[in-house]
Design a binder for this molecule. Structure first.
Ligand SMILES: O=C(O)CCC(=O)C(=O)O
Length: 282
C-alpha cells in the first residue's frame, strides 16, 4: 500500500460497530474550533462502540505499561497518567479504532484541511489517586511547520468531574506565552498565572460515554486529579494535515518525537511514512 492512500474505506467495521460512517457535524463546529481551539461533541461514538474497543485498549495498556512506581514516588508528569503510545501497531482491534474514518473526517473538517494523517495514538489512563495533568500545549512536543494538528480525546467510560476530564482555556491557541514549556510543575504554575491574567475562560465538563473532544495543538489544557476509585481511561488519536511538513526541531522533546513517530523524515518533508498513514482524504 502506498502510504499516501487513505487506509480505510469501509462504512462499518467487521465487528459490526460503526465507527466509520460520517458524523453530522454541526455547521458551527469548525468555526467554534477556530475561535476557541477546541470543541466537545456529543454522541460521536455509540456506547456499544466504546464498550467494544475499551477492553482491548485496557488490556494493551496493562501489558505495555512500563511505569510501576507507587504514585507517591513519581514526578508530577508520571502521576498524571499511564501513557502508552502507538497501540495501533500492537493490536488489530485497536488499529481498527485508531483508523476510524468518522473521527478522522471530523478532524479534517474542524481543521479545514483536505485530509489528515496519523501522527500517533496514545492511551492516557489516570489511575485512581492519579494527580493533575499540568497546563500545557501539545505542539511544544511536535516539530511541525504549521498549526494544523489536533487531538481527539475519547474517554472510555462516563467521566465525571471527579475523575479528571480535560479543562480547556478558550482562545488560548492564539496565546504565545508558555509554548516553550513541557508538562511540568513549572508549566502548571506559569500557565495558571498567565492564562488567568489574560482572562481566558476555562471550562471542564463531564463526558458521557461516546462524547469526545477535539483540541488544537496549541490550545492550553489541563486535567484535575482522579479522586474516584475508578481509573479514568482515555484513548487519544493525534491528527496532522495530510500535507503538513516537518519543521526543524526546537527542543530535545521534538528531536525525540521526530525519531520515534516520524522516523527518517527530514525538516521540509511531508511525513509520508508507514507510521503516518493518511486516515481520511476528501
Ligand atoms: O488525559 C489527560 O489527562 C491529558 C490529555 C492531553 O493532554 C492530551 O490529550 O493532549
Amino acid at each position: 500500500m502506498n502510504a499516501t492512500d487513505p487506509v480505510n474505506t469501509s462504512a462499518s467495521t467487521p465487528g459490526g460497530v460503526d465507527i466509520d460512517s460520517p458524523y453530522l457535524l454541526d455547521a458551527e463546529a469548525p468555526r467554534r474550533f477556530e475561535r476557541d481551539g477546541f470543541v466537545r461533541l456529543p454522541g460521536v461514538l455509540s456506547e456499544r462502540a466504546v464498550a467494544h474497543y475499551e477492553p482491548e485498549i485496557t488490556a494493551k495498556v496493562i501489558e505495555l505499561n512500563t511505569m510501576h512506581l507507587p504514585i507517591e514516588e513519581r514526578t508530577t508528569y508520571q502521576k498524571a497518567f499511564l501513557q502508552v503510545t502507538n497501540l495501533w501497531r500492537q493490536s488489530e482491534l485497536v488499529r481498527e479504532f485508531v483508523f476510524s474514518l468518522r473521527l478522522a473526517r471530523i478532524a479534517a473538517e474542524l481543521m479545514g484541511v483536505d485530509g489528515v494523517r496519523l501522527y500517533h495514538d496514545q492511551a492516557l489512563y489516570k489511575e485512581s489517586g492519579g494527580g493533575i495533568t499540568p497546563w500545557h500545549a501539545d505542539q511544544y512536543y511536535w516539530p511541525l511547520a504549521t498549526d494544523r494538528s489536533c487531538t481527539v480525546w475519547v474517554p472510555l467510560q462516563d467521566t465525571t468531574l471527579e475523575m479528571g476530564p480535560l479543562r480547556f482555556a478558550s482562545g488560548s491557541h492564539r496565546f504565545e506565552f508558555g509554548r516553550d514549556l513541557p508538562i511540568s510543575d513549572e508549566s502548571e504554575v506559569a500557565l495558571q498565572r498567565a492564562l488567568g491574567e489574560q482572562d481566558f475562560p476555562t471550562s471542564s465538563t463531564p463526558y458521557t460515554r461516546g462524547d469526545v473532544s477535539f483540541h488544537a495543538g496549541w490550545t492550553f489544557h489541563h486535567a484535575g486529579p482522579n479522586r474516584t476509585v475508578t481509573p479514568r481511561r482515555a484513548m487519544t488519536i493525534i491528527y496532522i494535515d495530510a500535507d503538513i511538513t516537518v519543521a526543524e526541531p526546537t527542543n530535545d522533546n521534538q528531536h525525540m518525537d521526530l525519531a520515534a513517530f516520524m522516523p527518517g523524515v527530514r525538516p521540509g518533508d511531508v511525513p509520508d511514512t508507514p507510521l503516518n498513514p493518511v486516515l481520511y482524504r476528501r
